[in-house]
Design a protein around this ligand. Structure first.
Ligand SMILES: C[S@@+](CC[C@H](N)C(=O)[O-])C[C@H]1O[C@@H](n2cnc3c(N)ncnc32)[C@H](O)[C@@H]1O
Length: 261
């Protein structure tokens, strides 16, 4: 079920993009998690396992389980010591109640059919007083200067396509409400910024990541006739041109929520 919703797929080029995104965003997310020594952790939708492996060494004596629906992602994952990856669906976690001190998901809820149900499951497997954390997308928050109108037109079709698959590329704005609906009361929202400009260390990698997002959906966008190949190419070229400009910049924020069971 969920595999079909996953807009990016698991082609080697996409796994490479996801690994690059991990290199850009893991340190800030691990600061957000602030894992204490001896914590039992679950990552839901663990993908290539890169984040889970880093979480496991972020403090002493940390054990991490990762649940991932895709066999292709699991095949590429290399568990570090004290890390275990298993195949499973976020909507029905195969763990007893109150199994973990910290349960988190990153870049997952936008891809699932029933995000509230996933959050309920995450809450169920967290121990009373344990923490549940997520970091998600609202891709409408992406800004470029100088403007990239052809890219923005293509990006809009990406949002439409993801919705048609059953996902939600704007889910970041809904986190507070979803957490409330899933039964949490003690909830804090925050953002993780992505601010890049010509010659800042992450500028090229960030634009490359955004282009990769669009490219991962190319076949689906064209098959769904949401955009012509020419317009899609023009959207990609917009960002390639921005990459080369010495006055280019980009601003985005990831939406985060942290709650206690
Ligand atoms: C964008 S990746 C993020 C991976 C990882 N959390 C990270 O931050 O690098 C989203 C992952 O969620 C997985 N996924 C999607 N739906 C899922 C579900 N229902 N249950 C478990 N995993 C799921 C996808 O296969 C994909 O590997």
């Amino acid at each position: 079920m969920s595999k079909d919703i996953y807009i990016h797929g698991t082609e080697p080029s996409e796994q490479e993009r996801l690994a690059g995104l991990n290199r850009m965003t893991n340190a800030a997310f691990i600061r957000f998690l602030n894992v204490a020594p001896g914590t039992r952790v679950l990552e839901v939708g663990s993908g290539l396992g890169l984040l889970a492996n880093e979480v496991a060494v972020s403090a002493a004596d940390v054990d991490v389980d990762g649940v991932e629906v895709s066999a292709a992602q699991l095949a590429a994952a290399r568990p570090a010591p004290r890390v275990t990856f298993t195949q499973g669906d976020a909507h029905a976690l195969d763990f007893p109640d109150a199994s973990f001190d910290l349960v988190y998901a990153r870049y997952l809820l936008e891809h699932v059919a029933e995000p509230e149900r996933v959050l309920r499951e995450m809450r169920r497997v967290a121990r009373p007083g344990g923490r549940v954390a997520v970091c998600e997308n609202d891709i409408s928050l992406l800004r470029f200067d100088p403007p990239c109108p052809a890219f923005e037109r293509a990006w809009d079709t990406f949002i439409t396509f993801q919705t048609s698959l059953g996902g939600d590329g704007l889910i970041g704005r809904r986190l507070f409400r979803l957490f409330r609906q899933a039964g949490f009361s003690d909830i804090e929202l925050s953002v993780q910024p992505e601010i890049h400009w010509h010659r800042s260390p992450g500028y090229g990698a960030w634009l490359h990541n955004i282009i990769g997002n669009l490219e991962s959906a190319r076949r689906g966008l064209l098959e769904a006739r949401l955009i012509t190949e020419r317009d899609l190419d023009e959207g990609v070229n917009d960002l390639e041109r921005l990459k080369a400009r010495d006055d280019g910049s980009s601003v985005f924020v990831w939406n985060r929520a942290m709650a206690r069971r």
